[in-house]
Design a protein around this ligand. Structure first.
Ligand SMILES: [Zn+2]
Ligand SMILES: [Zn+2]
Length: 278
């Protein structure tokens, strides 16, 4: 610990404080649950979710107005933490364009797709294109489906790892997310799961995820993630085979969903049960 630069002492304090004093988040004025440190200024009285949401609007520290280049979070020890690189202005603009569905021509070529794409990913894309929502299955001993709370997520490594497994595939549905953005979003959504009811009445989770993928996509990601986490499946393949979809065409008028087909096409898929063999 000796001889470390000052900022490490500050970060060390962050890691330690996290387990003791319930300090207040400067942004939401609630006790801090997941501490984030703004770099380079090292102000540290923020929740991760609050600070990253703030930085979507302006890239300066809420306390000192210094330009924030990265956010350090998920503190385990003074030198074991994760880093979120705040997008530069240009990256930020690209991000905001993407979810509208009316993208401007790309300035850079797309990275080449992986040689062999997971066939289940194609199905997931289809489900998003057609705005299909997994049918709800009630919680009971017979179905083995169970509701969960943020506290359940905090205390269950299994739920956390299942959420990651799901999101790692699901977020690849969106071509505008770079691999590093996907990595970040997985951690970000995990933080949301630990702190908010996924489908709470305030729509908080949807709103937060919507900043990155657009509101319509976020609503669907949140719905599908909840359906998966409530299910008894440990592997995506098992869930893919069993999950059923009801068309939600009737809701589509509200948003800017990407389906170009008309209502006729919609009705043909009234109930849609994807099979792995497709
Ligand atoms: Zn906060
Ligand atoms: Zn600051």
């Amino acid at each position: 610990m000796d001889g470390q630069p000052d900022d490490f002492k500050i970060k060390g304090a962050a890691a330690i404080k996290r387990t003791h004093t319930p300090e207040t988040c400067t942004i939401c004025l609630e006790p801090i649950t997941e501490r984030a440190v703004a770099a380079p200024c090292n102000h540290l009285t923020f929740d991760f979710i609050c600070l990253v949401s703030w930085l979507q609007e302006q890239s300066t520290c809420p306390l000192c107005k210094t330009q924030v280049s990265e956010v350090q979070y998920d503190w385990r020890s003074p030198d074991d933490y994760k880093t979120y690189h705040v997008p530069t202005r240009e990256e930020g603009e690209k991000k905001r364009e993407a979810p509208t569905g009316r993208r401007r021509p790309r300035r850079h070529p797309q990275p080449p797709p992986p040689a062999i794409e997971d066939p289940s990913l194609t199905l997931r894309r289809e489900i998003y294109t057609h705005r299909l929502y997994a049918l709800h299955i009630g919680s009971n001993a017979h179905s083995n489906y169970h509701s969960f709370t943020p506290a359940d997520v905090r205390s269950s490594p299994t739920l956390q790892s299942r959420a990651k497994t799901f999101l790692r595939r699901e977020l690849r549905v969106f071509p505008f997310l770079t691999p590093s953005r996907v990595d970040f979003l997985i951690e970000y959504i995990l933080a949301i799961l630990r702190n908010f009811e996924l489908r709470g009445a305030d729509g908080k989770a949807e709103e937060l995820v919507g900043e990155f993928v657009g509101r319509e996509n976020a609503r669907q990601v949140v719905h599908e993630l909840e359906a998966w986490l409530r299910s008894p499946f440990g592997r995506l393949g098992g869930w893919d085979e069993r999950v059923q979809y009801k068309d939600r065409c009737g809701d589509r008028g509200k948003g800017e969903g990407g389906l170009r087909g008309g209502r006729d096409e919609c009705n043909r898929h009234d109930v849609y049960a994807p099979m792995m063999s497709r």
